[in-house]
Write a protein that binds this ligand. Structure first.
Ligand SMILES: NC(=O)c1ccc[n+]([C@@H]2O[C@H](COP(=O)([O-])OP(=O)(O)OC[C@H]3O[C@@H](n4cnc5c(N)ncnc54)[C@H](O)[C@@H]3O)[C@@H](O)[C@H]2O)c1
Ligand SMILES: [Fe+2]
Length: 380
């Protein structure tokens, strides 16, 4: 038996930010990153918040937020006695705010205050998920936290906020969306509802990510990618993820590669592993994951006369997309040292096997499978 809950009210489309005009007499704790303050984007909030509200801005968030910043935030949150919390920024700001919220509830016995997530990247889907990823920078480890208490009450998806995202971050975060949707689609926990969400997200990424990358001011493409990110988040909140994220959490922290970029580097190799794909034109039996990937190929209008061809078409389409987005396609291009990779491969593999995301992967990996994937990723 599956249960699907939809807790988050979603305000979307141009003008969605006007939702902020409706609150009165609130003490609002705002979590964001320094870019939002320096660039003046934070003023888009202040222009809409009514003067009867009082605000506190916590703007120390850095990418892949470390536990120390979460602790600082919990202290500030306790001192301010907020009625409401807003996280505005990329996945890092939203994830850090989620962790602050549950730790404040647990440690300070704070009430369960309304939490509003306003993403400014189209990537993590964190505005609709029970997940938060926090880093331990000393140990170079990322911890995925999972709790329904972290689900935002509201998500505001206004494409105006994403226009300023630089092209390379548009590419990285967009590939995170694609990875979420594909992993949810082949997850062992996938069902008809998560499939529908994932399928739509995948179609939107292939149609609109190149446009959003090419012209950041293309508001239609930005809006579609913002929606795709949210759809993919909803899909994996139901079906969870897989080995791609399992490896990305560990390897991304070790090699200091942005989350979406790490996922992108892994994606062709993890698909081939899951589908047990071997090159050549043999007609050997295909596994269930290969059949699922071929369904996606068909829905994208790619050649998929049989599962094997469907998998090949999907992998080719992903590599083509990476080229369009001028993304690196190997660890070598990301300046990862070959000797360091060799030294770390086994421990990365062990970490990936323990990561919660790996549990729902369609094919059960062992250490040597993951080491093999990492080696292939180095060469491309
Ligand atoms: N909670 C989840 O379900 C989930 C899922 C996937 C990834 N994550 C985590 O989310 C984090 C990554 O989030 P992200 O990819 O959104 O990146 P991010 O939040 O780390 O932001 C990346 C960079 O983009 C900048 N930025 C953000 N919005 C901008 C804008 N509108 N204009 C210009 N620059 C902008 C930020 O200042 C930052 O420098 C990682 O820690 C990852 O592990 C969480
Ligand atoms: Fe992700």
């Amino acid at each position: 038996m599956d249960k699907i809950s939809m807790k988050t009210d979603i305000y979307l489309g141009q003008g969605a930010l006007d939702r902020l005009m409706e609150w009165r007499n609130q003490r609002i704790f705002i979590v964001t990153d320094p870019f939002m303050v320096k660039s003046g984007m934070i003023n888009m909030l202040f222009e809409r918040l009514h003067e009867s509200n009082e605000q506190y801005i916590f703007s120390n968030i850095v990418p892949d937020p470390p536990i120390e910043i979460v602790t600082e935030g919990v202290e500030a949150l306790g001192a301010f006695q907020a009625d409401r919390m807003i996280a505005i920024g990329g996945g890092s700001a939203i994830d850090a705010a989620k962790a602050m919220k549950i730790f404040a509830q647990k440690i300070l016995n704070q009430h369960d205050m309304p939490f509003v997530a306003i993403p400014t990247t189209s990537g993590t889907g964190s505005e609709v998920t029970s997940f938060s990823v926090i880093s331990d920078k000393k140990k170079n480890i990322k911890y995925p936290l999972v709790s329904d208490d972290m689900l935002p009450q509201e998500a505001i998806l206004d494409p105006e906020l994403v226009k300023s995202v630089p092209d390379f971050i548009t590419a990285d975060t967009g590939m995170d969306v694609l990875t979420h949707a594909l992993e949810a689609y082949v997850s062992t926990k996938a069902n008809d509802i998560s499939d529908a969400l994932a399928e739509k997200a995948i179609k939107l990424v292939f149609a609109y990510l190149p446009r959003a990358y090419k012209d950041g001011n293309d508001l239609e493409a930005r809006e579609k990618m913002h929606n795709a990110s949210c759809l993919a988040g909803m899909a994996f909140n139901i079906a969870s993820l897989g080995l791609n994220h399992g490896i990305a959490h560990v390897a991304g922290a070790k090699f200091k590669i942005a989350h979406g970029r790490m996922n992108s580097l892994l994606l062709p190799h993890v698909i081939e592993f899951n589908a047990d794909y071997k090159p050549g034109y043999g007609k050997e039996e295909s596994n269930a994951a290969a059949v699922r990937y071929a369904e996606i190929s068909k829905s994208l209008g790619l050649s998929a006369p049989n599962p094997k061809s469907g998998v090949r078409s999907l992998v080719q389409a992903i590599k083509q997309l990476q080229k369009q987005l001028r993304m690196p396609q190997s660890l070598r291009e990301c300046n990862v040292d070959e000797a360091l990779l060799e030294e770390m491969s086994a421990s990365i593999a062990e970490g990936a096997l323990k990561d919660g995301c790996t549990a729902t992967n369609p094919r059960v990996p062992v250490v040597s499978d993951i080491v093999g994937i990492l080696n292939k990723m180095f060469q491309y």
